[in-house]
Design a protein around this ligand. Sequence first.
Ligand SMILES: Nc1ncnc2c1ncn2[C@@H]1O[C@H](COP(=O)(O)OP(=O)(O)OP(=O)(O)O)[C@@H](O)[C@H]1O
Ligand SMILES: [Mg+2]
Length: 425
Amino acid sequence: MQTGKPVVVPRVSREPGFLHRAAERPELPDQELSYISAPVALDGRTVGAVGIDLHFKADRDYNRTVKFLGVVGSMIAQAVRVQRLIQADRQRLVDENIHLRQELKERYDFSNLVGTSGPMRQVYEQVAQVARTNTTVILRGESGTGKELIAHAIHYNSSRAKKPFIKVSCAALPHDLIESELFGYDKGAFTGAHQSKKGRFELADGGTLFLDEVGELNLATQVKLLRVLQEREFERLGSTETIRANIRLVAATNKDLEKAILAGEFREDLYYRLNVFAIFVPPLRERKPDVLLLADHFIEKFAREHGKKVKRISTPAIDMLASYHWPGNVRELGNAIERAVVLCDGQVVHAHHLPPTLQTADASGTGQTSSLKDSLEAFEKDALQDALKSARGNRAKAARLLSTTERIFNYRVRRYRIDWRRFKG
Ligand SMILES: Nc1ncnc2c1ncn2[C@@H]1O[C@H](COP(=O)(O)OP(=O)(O)OP(=O)(O)O)[C@@H](O)[C@H]1O
Ligand SMILES: [Mg+2]
């Protein structure tokens, strides 16, 4: 090992280095032995040695034996090399996994929920209360209020954080597929089931199962789901083996479930199973103080994503954001800001960068701060850009959309220094 060179000891009994070793080999008391050893070398470094004892024979060809052992040594080295590659690869995956988990956690823990308004603080409190328990949670609230984000926050603040968070979009799955998606199936359960497949309940084992849009489940699936929630067990389709469900259930809906019950579209018993701990996520119009915080958050996010230098929002634009009623809630706000960031070519988002739905008479950014000339120009620029967008950068087509000639259109585009190529695609 030390020299990295082969060793040949023809007579072990005459080698001082072996004297005390004989005692360790009592099974060979009186025989004379030869000892031969060769290094195991990997990339020029000795990583081991292979040695053998042979009966002493005066006429033995030691060179041949050394060569043979050398070959054995290099075969072992190959095996070690492969093993190390596999280990390095595994370590890389482990590191990557730890990194990704950390990233996920950062993305979805509380710090990602923007908003400090009273109603949102109440939501955070409820999340904190319920996260550490195993209680079933139902998130209620209009579309785009952040239910999914809150479901993530519950998971990543629970003791199940290191286990999977599995989402099922009940509305997006066809009714005839949802059972096999939820419970999985065994090979041969139906035509086309060539292999058995785990369902989401099994995939979420030890973690959280998020049933999004739970109000859209059909009645037959509701029955099946109810059974799992009651008995905490289920079977794969086509299988008789019962599987225990170790999951925490978080459901979400923007539907009026009480109304759905009256209409016979939602089972009352399932409703009571789900309605253990309800969190009502307030619509954005009921938390006006959050609008600006969220707008700033989205400016930063989308400026980074689109590589823009946008930094802030002009006062008239802020007024527009604040007075709008946001029927699409945070999602709509996010979309409006993304659009503004894309359209904006300076550091400031102006009123005319905001979508037309926000441009009402009292808050169109044409307030005290700008002259008639400025606001007409802003409007004209906006119209030119919108037409270019609709025409995907085709100037002749954009001109037609505005019922003007291509010559006039191009003149105006140059005047406002609009880069029409940006709209191509
Ligand atoms: N408090 C918040 N802070 C930051 N971003 C938020 C917040 N609330 C919502 N969002 C963002 O708004 C968008 C919509 O949120 P989410 O998908 O959670 O809504 P939802 O309630 O599940 O809507 P739907 O019922 O339509 O599915 C997402 O991009 C989300 O990241
Ligand atoms: Mg959602």
